[in-house]
Design a protein around this ligand. Sequence first.
Ligand code: CIR
Length: 255
Amino acid sequence: MTYKFKNVIIRKPNKSIQNGLSSQNLHPQYEIIAEEHSNYIKVMEEVGLKINLLETLEEYPDSIFVEDPALTYKSNVIILNPRDPSRNGEGDIIKEEIQHFFDNMLFVEDGFVEGGDILNINNHFIIGLSDRTNKLGAENLSNILHKLGATVDICKTPDDVLHFKSECSALDDDIILVSSKMAQVDYLKSNYQLIELPIGEEGAANALRINDKLLLPDGFIKTEEMLSKKYNIIKIKVDEIAKVDAGLSCMSLRW
Ligand code: CIR
């Protein structure tokens, strides 16, 4: 069960998030981000996780998205290699900050790969090739994960989707919540039970299953209605964070 967690790493928000990468050229307000972020931390506590807070990194506008420069697997952490030049140094910093939490630290040495493109489901990793994750990076990471005993498949993130997980999330060991675009990905269709989001509610795709709770972005009524029949939902407001193309999973590293 990939969604059983005890610990989480979260970075305190930075004022420079206003200049974070945004496909729609939006500039979120720091004060609102800080509010959403503080509520996110409260929910993480509520679901029983031990919170490990990292200090603010003003020089990296997107650095609260700690999921992108690192990947946890059991007691291992793998330092990834974000592709956008404005994020590329984040790995070098986070490695010093989080090393002590893990038994073993490994590194993607070649190519680019970002955590948003990696879906861990039932201890299997799906790596989506995207504008941020290339074949070399995906293969490098795949070799590392194989050595650690994990299984991996590499597939493609659909065009115009920032990260593989921007539009899908694991709900259970064999069930994935998907946008209509992700529902067309052959690999997912043939290997998993897919639950497709209602039209117009793609923003709810980056949900986060933690233990017996499902964290869901607030404001997606049809999705909530559909999923609440089976899942114990906690809604989290992430409207401001969404302005920089981010959702629930990217603001934490869980293990
Ligand atoms: C970026 O473009 O890198 C950030 N503005 C958003 C990163 C979101 N990360 C994620 O979903 N894992």
